[in-house]
Every structure is written in structure tokens, then in C-alpha cells.
Design a protein around this ligand. Structure first.
Ligand code: NAD
Length: 513
């Protein structure tokens, strides 16, 4: 990605180039939208919200499903642009599109039942009828990364749209054509203009969106950028969802099916060239399973093909800067006593990194503590699953995790302090519309996907109406002496002893109703 054409008097670049990371081919040149242009998009979205936000759910669902149909109709174009812009194999681009349409379907189908108004009772205020209603925020800003350039942003966009919001989307500067094609599909399918809009540019355009008067911001990217985005959003007190980085652990217990665990950990660690926020970045293997696991994993990893062709299991690193980070992590680990059992420093081949597996690693090494975001897996031998859990949790991150075990699988999984855990599998939670997705600690907060993720895109309103006046409990002034007596009696009778289920009848007796 390079900046290009100088068109404005202030000599700021107005456009940027997008290139294929595998071969440098120029794929397109897109505008760098200014803060004024971002604000104008937000204003258009607010006008669109007056229509989209008030549509009956059934109609909105129909439009969402038309959007889905358009994505499917343009499947080959989408696969092509994801492959060429991100560098991942076409098969993985297709898998990503499948997740997109699956989440979109889930969100469209689930929205109506989730936001039905709820009646609630308030024990002390039995003379009131109360309800909770749910309302879309209005305009949601979505800022996305490049590693899953359609799946990740659509994890916010689908759910935000389904709940009645309009969206202004800023894709990563490395994969803006992926964002463009998503927005084209929405605009072709949804007859209301500006329900989903695209703004493109570098970090500054993202910062403008974070600072714009959006009603909520869903950010996916690194923890470092997340901090800056939160600071910008704070200027308008805009609520944010932060989907940030990870250092996901895999724990392999003594009774795990090691054939399966080795294949599954290899997939979790090397899929997408390890450029997955929920990629397995550390493996802790119990002593008695260690040698066999390492042997089986190395066999699986050695069979992986890396490249830009149809046979490749994974492709180019999307961002040259990331290759330098992976190199630094591996180099430091080797200098500090780690041993490469697959690959090593010779694995770095231009835009491609062949798989690297390290043993004899220590928790203090960067490769064990910082997000590497590349095809490298450090494996550490541990005495027990308790030790594995302790080391897994001793991290600034807490996004995903994987547990390979039989007897104790649930107990181990529950002890891992991370937003998601897959048992005897890896990564799969990200694909499931029903499961909330999000992090702990520096992996972020708030959720996408699942009911929790959908509820992020509505605000709740409590409404209560008095059915009949209850003397002494009305929200009007009364005789202070009588009130004191009544309050003391109520506190004593209702809350002074064992829990009383039927507070309402006790209260009615007290006030003679
Ligand atoms: P990044 O933080 O560099 O950029 C993310 C987005 O933020 C881009 O669109 C970028 O243009 C924009 N941006 C940059 N500076 C900005 C600023 N000051 N204000 C507003 N926006 C700004 O991240 P990346 O390199 O694109 O993505 C990789 C990171 O994303 C990894 O850390 C990965 O773990 C994380 N990630 C997390 C999830 C998740 O769901 N938790 C999913 C995918 C990726």
C-alpha cells in the first residue's frame, strides 16, 4: 500500500494504492477520505436511519436476505478480491465468505425475537407495570482489520444492521477492495440508500470516524490502535466495542487424542499464515503426551504447502511489517535457547514464511508473550494441566483458547480465562452465530456474534406506569412521621427475616390494600 496522486493544494495525498501482497501487483487506487467526507457519510447514514431504523423487522430481514443473495451472486468476484488483496488461498477466501453469509443469516433471523419488549415486576412497586424496550443506536461506525477482511467487519456490520442501525465502514487500508465489494452488494440489494457506506483511507480516516458523531463504534484491530481509537471516541463519549489481539493458548492433556490434537493445533496455529486474532500462538503439553504430540504435530506441519497457487494451505503475509515482527520473535527465542524443530530463520522467504515450530521455549520470550501473528508455534512441556492453565492465563491477552482432553475437558476449559474456548477443536467458535465472541484484558471488551453481540447494537429503555396509588409508596409527599413508621415496618417485615417470596402480598397487607 503506497500513497499516490497529489491533488490538493495542501499536498496531502488524496489517494492510496492497493497491492497484491504475494507479487506486488497493483489492484486499485482508492480515495483517502477526509474528516469532512467521513462526517458527511455519517450525516447521510443518520438520514437513512430514519427509514431503516423504523422498518418492521420482517421487512428489514427481507432486505438482509437480499443482501445475502447478492453476496452469493458475486461469490467468485468476492473470492478473487479476498485472495488477491489479502494473499490467502481461494479456498480460505471461500470459507470466509461462507462465514459471512452464515452470520448474516443468523443475525437477520434472530433480531426480531431478541428485541421483543419484556415485562418486569419490581417487588416493592407492585402497583406499577414495567417494561423494557430495545432501540437501535442510530449510526454505528465499524473499523476493520485486514486479516479476515470480510468476516471480521461483517461480524459487526450484520448484527448492527439487523438491529436497525445504519453503518459507516472503514476497512483496513490493506484490504479496502474487500470492503468496497461488501458495500456494493449491500447497496445493490437494499433499496434504501446509505444504509451501509464505505469510507476508505489510512489510520487518519479511521481516527476521523472514531471522532465523528456516531452513536457506537465497533473497532477490530490491534490493542495499540484500540487505545488510540478509544481516546478519540472518548471526545464524544461514544460507546465502543473493542475486538483486539490475542495470544491464544492450546492445552494438551495426557489423555488427549494426540493424532487429532496434533492436526487441530497445526490448523489453529498455521491457518491464514497464523494471521488470526484467535490463532493458536502457544501450546502447553503435559509431560507424558509431549514427545508423541511434538512428533505428530511436526509431521503434520511439514506437509503444509505455502504459496500463491491452488495447492497452498496458506499464502503470503499480508503486511510486510508483520513479517519483521515474526522474524524478531523467532530470532530472540533462538538466541535465548529455543530450538526449531520445523523451519527456523531460513523459513523467511520474501512475502512468504514457511512454518516454524519451536521447543525449549520460556514464558519470558516474546514468542510466548507478544502477539506474533505469523506461522510460528512455540510448544512448552508442562507437568500438569493445572500448570498449563496457570501459564495460559498469565497473559495480557485473553481472546480464544483450545483444550485437548477427554475426562477433564470441561473443567480445564472453564479454568481458562479467555472469551472463547474450543474443546478438541480450534478456531471454530468464531464461525458460530449463536456464540458470543470477544476478549478479556487487552484482547478487548464488548461482544460481537451471539445474542450478547446483537444486544451491543441496541440500547434499552425502562418504562413504568402506575396502576393504582399505594398509600405511603406513591411518589408524592406524605406525612413524614407515618412514612417513617411504614418504611421501618416494611424494612423489618420484608427484609428482616428469611427471604419472602410474596413481597407483594406482604406490602398490600401493610398498607391495607
Ligand atoms: P490495526 O490496529 O493496525 O488497524 C485496524 C484498523 O484501524 C485499520 O482499518 C486501520 O486503518 C485503523 N486505524 C489505524 N490507526 C487508527 C486510528 N488512530 N484511529 C482509528 N483507526 C485507525 O490492526 P490490523 O493490523 O489491521 O489488524 C491486525 C490486528 O487485529 C491484530 O492484532 C489482530 O489480533 C486483531 N484482530 C482482532 C480480531 C478480534 O475479533 N478480536 C479480529 C481480527 C483481527
Amino acid at each position: 500500500m503506497t500513497m499516490t496522486t497529489h491533488e490538493r493544494a495542501d499536498a496531502k495525498p488524496a489517494k492510496f494504492d492497493v497491492r497484491n501482497p504475494a507479487n506486488g501487483e497493483l489492484l486499485g487506487t482508492l480515495p483517502i477520505h477526509t474528516a469532512d467526507e467521513v462526517n458527511a457519510a455519517v450525516a447521510r447514514a443518520r438520514r437513512a436511519f430514519r427509514v431503516w431504523g423504523t422498518l418492521p423487522h420482517k421487512q428489514r430481514r427481507a432486505h438482509m436476505l437480499d443482501f445475502r443473495r447478492e453476496l452469493v451472486r458475486r461469490m467468485d468476484d468476492i473470492i478473487d478480491v479476498v485472495h488477491r488483496e489479502n494473499g490467502k488461498p481461494r479456498a480460505d477466501a471461500a470459507a470466509e465468505l461462507m462465514l459471512v453469509v452464515s452470520h448474516l443469516t443468523h443475525a437477520a433471523n434472530r433480531a426480531e425475537s431478541l428485541v421483543k419488549p419484556k415485562s418486569v415486576t419490581a417487588a416493592l412497586f407492585a402497583n406499577y407495570r414495567s417494561r423494557i424496550t430495545y432501540h437501535p443506536y442510530g449510526v454505528v461506525g465499524v473499523i476493520g482489520p485486514w486479516n479476515f477482511p470480510i468476516h471480521t467487519p461483517m461480524g459487526s456490520i450484520s448484527y448492527a444492521l439487523a438491529m436497525g442501525n445504519c453503518v459507516v465502514f472503514k476497512p483496513s487500508e490493506l484490504t479496502p477492495l474487500c470492503g468496497k465489494i461488501l458495500v456494493e452488494c449491500a447497496q445493490a440489494a437494499i433499496p434504501i440508500p446509505d444504509v451501509l457506506q464505505l469510507v476508505t483511507g489510512l489510520g487518519e480516516t479511521g481516527a476521523a470516524l472514531a471522532r465523528a458523531k456516531v452513536d457506537k463504534l465497533a473497532f477490530t484491530g490491534s490493542a495499540a490502535t484500540g487505545r488510540r481509537v478509544m481516546a478519540a471516541a472518548a471526545e464524544n463519549l461514544t460507546p465502543v466495542i473493542m475486538e483486539l489481539g490475542g495470544k491464544d493458548p492450546a492445552i494438551v492433556a495426557a489423555d488427549a487424542d494426540l493424532d487429532h490434537a496434533a492436526k487441530s493445533v497445526a490448523y489453529g496455529a498455521f491457518w491464514n499464515a497464523g494471521q488470526a486474532c484467535v490463532g493458536i500462538e502457544r501450546a502447553f503439553v503435559v509431560d507424558s503426551a509431549y514427545d508423541t504430540f511434538v512428533e505428530k504435530l511436526c509431521k503434520e506441519v511439514r506437509s503444509l504447502k505455502v504459496g500463491d497457487d491452488e495447492l497452498a494451505h496458506y499464502g503470503a503475509m499480508t503486511m510486510p511489517k508483520q513479517t519483521a515482527i515474526v522474524r524478531e520473535h523467532v530470532k530472540e527465542a533462538l538466541e535465548q535457547g529455543a530450538r526449531a524443530v520445523v523451519g527456523g530463520m531460513e523459513s523467511f522467504k520474501g512475502a512468504f514464511i514457511e512454518p516454524i515450530v519451536l521447543v525449549n521455549v520460556k514464558p519470558s520470550m516474546k514468542v510466548m508473550s507478544d502477539e506474533s501473528f505469523g506461522p510460528v508455534l512455540p510448544i512448552m512441556k508442562v507437568a500438569s494441566t493445572e500448570e498449563a492453565v496457570r501459564l495460559a492465563n498469565d497473559s495480557n491477552y485473553g481472546l480464544g483458547s483450545a483444550v485437548y482432553a477427554k475426562a477433564d475437558a470441561d473443567r480445564i476449559a472453564d479454568a481458562v480465562d479467555a472469551g472463547m474456548t474450543s474443546i478438541n477443536s480450534s478456531l471454530v467458535f468464531a464461525a458460530m452465530g449463536g456464540l458470543p465472541f470477544g476478549g478479556r484484558r487487552e484482547s478487548g471488551f464488548g461482544r460481537i456474534h451471539g445474542d450478547e453481540g446483537m444486544m451491543e447494537f441496541v440500547w434499552s429503555k425502562g418504562t413504568t406506569s402506575e396502576l393504582f396509588p399505594m398509600p405511603g409508596f406513591g411518589m408524592v409527599f406524605s406525612d413524614p412521621k407515618q412514612k417513617l413508621t411504614l418504611m421501618r415496618q416494611t424494612i423489618q417485615t420484608v427484609f428482616g427475616g428469611n427471604v419472602i417470596d410474596d413481597v407483594t402480598s406482604v406490602l398490600r397487607k401493610l398498607v391495607g390494600k
